[in-house]
Structure formats: C-alpha cells, structure tokens
Design a protein around this ligand. Structure first.
Ligand code: FES
Length: 354
C-alpha cells in the first residue's frame, strides 16, 4: 500500500488525508478500538463483574437475559461458567480493541468485534425498542467497514504489506521466497509481544480493581423467589369486587392474578415474579406493605436487579439505580421511574398483582 509522509504544513493535511488510501476508516478504527479497550478494562478493574452474587455481575446479567433473549436457551449451560465467560469476553474485547487500534490482524480483530457485538445485541440489547436505540447493533455494522475494507494506512498490517512488497522487489526473480523465516519470526515476536502486553495490562488493572473493591466493599443482592417467579406461570386469582386500590396489603379476595404466598417475601426483601409476560418484583418494606414494579429498565429495556443492602434496583447495563420503595430514578440514564404494579394480600396469605 502506497502512502506518503504527512506534509510539514498542517494546512495541507486534509488534502493529504484524502489522498492517503484507507484513511477514511481511521476515525472509525480509533473509536471502535478505544471503546473496546475501555470496555475491557472497565470489566477487568471491576471484581463485582465476575462475582456470582453481585447483581451487576456477568452471572446476573446472563440470568436476566435468559428471560427475553432469542438465544436464552444457549445461555443456560454458559451460566454455570459465568465467571469464565466474563473473563473470556473481557480479554476478547481487549484483543479486538488493541488489534483495531494498531491495525494488526485488523480484519480478524474486526470479525471478533462483530461476533461480540452480535452476542451483546442478542442478549442485553435484545429488549431495547426501537432496535436502533441500542448501541450493539450499530457496533455490529460499524465493524463491517473494517472487515470488508481492511484497516487502511497507519496500521501494522499496511506496514508489513509494504515490507513484503519491497522484499519481493529485491529478489532476483521477483517471486515470493518459499519460506521467509525472518518475517515469520518477526510476526511471531509481534504477536507474542501484543499477547504479553494484553495479559500483563489486564492482570494489573484487575489487581488494582480488586484493591479498590476491597477497600470500599460491595453490595450484594438478596431476594426470595415467589412461587410465581420468573419462568413460573401465575395462576388466575379470584373475581371479588373489592380489589386492591393501593400498594398496601388489603384482606379479602383481591382482584388480579395470584403470584404466590406473602410468606415467600421476608420483610425488607423482594421476590421476582412474572406479570402479564413481564418480569417484575414484589418488595416488602414492612410486614403489611407490598409494592410491585416492572423489572424492565426505562432506559434501554434491560432487566434490573434488587440490591438488598441499599433497597434499590440496579440496572446491569448502564448503571441506572431506582428506589425499591417508589420505583423513582435515583441516578443513571433512565428517563422514567419503573412502572408500578399494585400488590394486595388476600386473607389466605396469597399475594395478588393487579
Ligand atoms: S438499560 Fe441502560 S440503564 Fe438500564
């Protein structure tokens, strides 16, 4: 690939860039590369991501995605090795990001980026509506520019190609030598160097993250499970006319659908259930008080998790936090509170959602 050195006069740079082959993907490469490296380092520096009990961790995210993802069935076996899956994803993102930034094996790296983006789209972003609000589908198609067109100039791939072409010109026959041992050794050296750099850098950030986490502590999720929890089908309740009108438990035969016994929700805890096909939580702040909320984040539709230590709902996708008492947004990008579901307790101790 032919390209000239940048001109001394910076005002001539736009013209130079226009005439330099492949420079049109430079900005895209920089953005995708930096984004994937940052995403990887954020995971590696956050031990909670790998912790099975953490509501923001990879295991909780996979379990949430199981409820709505079109590949939810495939997630089942993977959940048993969720921490390993998290480690593989983090290092794959790092390799993809570095390969793209350096332009080294860039088509392969971009192919890996497509696979990761597709996987994220089919899981955490799948419930996002409309579909173009989710970033992963956009990432998926952005990678195609590099897969199809290559990394262009200012890349290790282009430099290696130039070296190969020059070496060919220098041979008496102009043909590629049968085995270019020095080039092969050099390539292996570069590959090993990059892999070592990624491993060392990843290990260091993971260690730093662990230190930070140990000094600050971390919340854990704790929730009971109603008989009508996720995956279970709530039975239809009675048809009494004195249904619940608020979030405080009322005796009698409430309207709505029976979701399970109140005794399954200890005071100060929460239990998941399914209401009209939507994943939801019933929270029990006090002995006779039950409040229900949809678990679908109002930002991009991920499934929130209950955090017992803070009595909040936490979205694993972009970190929105909601009050588990009111459903109001406490922080994060979520634009609206979680939709409420009226919960009432019947005289027989069963809970009804309406
Ligand atoms: S989906 Fe983005 S914060 Fe919940």
């Amino acid at each position: 690939m032919e390209f000239s050195a940048p001109p001394r006069d910076w005002r001539a740079w736009p013209q130079w860039l226009r005439e330099t082959p492949g420079s049109n993907v430079l900005v895209l490469r920089a953005f995708l590369g930096v984004t994937f490296v940052v995403a990887s380092l954020q995971k590696l520096a956050n031990p909670a991501f790998f912790r099975a009990s953490d509501p923001t961790g990879i295991e909780a995210t996979m379990k949430s995605a199981q409820n709505f993802s079109p590949i939810g069935g495939l997630l089942g076996p993977a959940i048993h090795v969720a921490t390993l899956v998290g480690v593989v994803i983090a290092f794959a993102e790092l390799a993809v990001g570095l390969g793209t930034l350096l332009g080294f094996r860039a088509r392969l790296a971009a192919g890996g980026g497509m696979v990761l983006s597709l996987m994220f789209f089919l899981t955490v972003s799948w419930s996002t509506t409309p579909y173009y609000y989710g970033a992963d589908i956009v990432f998926f198609f952005a990678w195609t520019a590099i897969v199809l067109g290559g990394p262009g100039s200012f890349s290790v791939d282009a430099w290696l190609e130039t070296r190969r072409t020059e070496a060919l010109k220098a041979t008496p026959t102009g043909k590629r030598p049968a085995v270019d041992r020095r080039a092969a050794v050099r390539k292996m050296g570069i590959t090993a160097g990059l892999a070592t750099f990624a491993a060392v850098f990843g290990g260091m950030t993971s260690a730093v993250g662990r230190l930070v986490s140990n000094s600050s502590g971390g919340g854990t999720a704790s929730s009971a499970t109603l008989a009508g929890g996720p995956g279970a089908s709530p039975t239809t309740g009675g048809t009494g006319t004195t249904g619940p009108t608020g979030t405080t438990g009322s005796k009698g035969t409430p309207k709505g659908r029976r979701i399970g016994p109140a005794s399954d929700v200890p005071v100060g805890s929460a239990a998941p259930f399914t209401y009209q096909g939507v994943s939801a939580y019933v929270v029990r702040p006090q002995q006779a008080q039950f409040v229900g909320f949809s678990r679908i984040c109002t930002h991009e539709g991920c499934t929130v998790n209950y955090v017992h230590s803070t009595q909040q709902f936490l979205c694993p996708c972009h970190g929105s936090i909601y009050s588990a008492l009111t459903g109001d947004v406490i922080s994060g990008p979520a634009p609206l509170p979680l939709p409420k579901i009226s919960i009432a307790e019947a005289t027989d101790g069963q809970l009804y959602a309406n």
